[in-house]
Design a protein around this ligand. Sequence first.
Ligand code: EPZ
Length: 422
Amino acid sequence: MDILKIQGPVQLNGEITVSGSKNASLPIMAATLLAPGVSVIKNVPDLSDIRVLCELMISVGAKINKPAKGVYEIDATNIDNPFGDYEIVRKMRASICILGPLLARCGKVEVSMPGGCSIGDRPVDIHIRGLKELGAIIDIRSGNIAASAGDGLKGKDIFLGGPFGSTVLGTDNIMMAATLAKGTTVIESAACEPEVSDLANCLNAMGAKISGIGSPRLVIEGVKALRPVEYSVLPDRIEAGTFMIAAAITKGKLKIKNCQCDYLMAAIDALHNIGVKVEHCGDDIIVSSNGKFKPVFLTTQPYPGFPTDLQAQFMALLALADGNSVITEKIFPDRFMHVAELNRMAANLRKEGPSVIIAGVDKLMAAPVMASDLRASAALVLAAMAAEGETIINRVYHIDRGYEKIEEKLNACGANIVRCQV
Ligand code: EPZ
């Protein structure tokens, strides 16, 4: 088991490059199962979640080769075992993204229900509802979703909204399944996240006919077959946002390279309101701060609203604001595992239902803390770089799920982070 030892306070200065998006890579790699032949997916980050998906895709019959850093050659010619085993699926909830492509390609699929995780219940009822609308026959048996396309999936007008708004992977699954359905499918209340648009663009490069990309109304005209693709994944906006906050919380100045600013408008707006300086230069962002932070009210929402995946990281920053802030979590109301850990570092946070009241303090203090989910873990790294003393972060595998070599990237800009095995 790895731990991180982080000395603080430090000031980050210099340049940091964003890797490819985890949340685009996962569905795009799964989408290659739709087409017999060899697809090449590039700019894929080196993360444990990617390795789990590769294990799952190989178990269903794909052959995967990694000829260079970030490049995955996926041969989906023989997909002869459309079964997503619990022992693999339980390692990563996003494994559910093989459901739609396997159902469309093979006419049947059995995938273990993903189960919950530390950010709360992770239901898949909307995925199931959407596939049923396309004509799938679905049984839930011994913890698995067993789906059959019967005499073939048929296009339909589908409302895919849920109690918390749109669903990212739900939209991905229904969109992928609809590409090979007979007729046209309309997905109303589709997720508009850039990662969903990246998947749609990749599917169109495979011969799909998807329009309305980036809007809450996707129109998918079914085609007979898709072809293999060569596609490069977009940069990770959540990693970019995490590094922006790293610059601010350490009162430093970072040039964050290769991040598409227009996908980060809500985060940039929040940083402006807090008093952090954000300058755009092409595909790079320069973030700097004098360490004076104004309190703000933030509420997480589906894209283009403030992203839930940056909620914990912003909480670490607002823990040092001059006054009281409030963060309300509207996507995953239980996504507050980081609150107790930040309070161990002398933050003053109080959970009130789906909100946390953040009473700003002058400084954070180092402490041994526990990582829980990958974004909460990133928040602890940010807090530890600003805190006085040596912070020990346990269960670092959570961070490795979503951040490629985080300590190498941060140490290159002045952090003092050592990974140790215990
Ligand atoms: C994706 O998860 C991301 N993961 C998450 O990032 C991200 O937090 C989330 O979207 C929201 O933006 C990947 O893309 C791999 P949802 P997803 O379905 O698709 C409810 C990270 O840190 N819901 O959009 O699983 C659900 O409970 C991860 O990188 C239903 O009720 O999330 C939640 O409240 C964490 N029924 C809301 O919708 C369903 O069938 C949004 O969830 C599906 C979802």
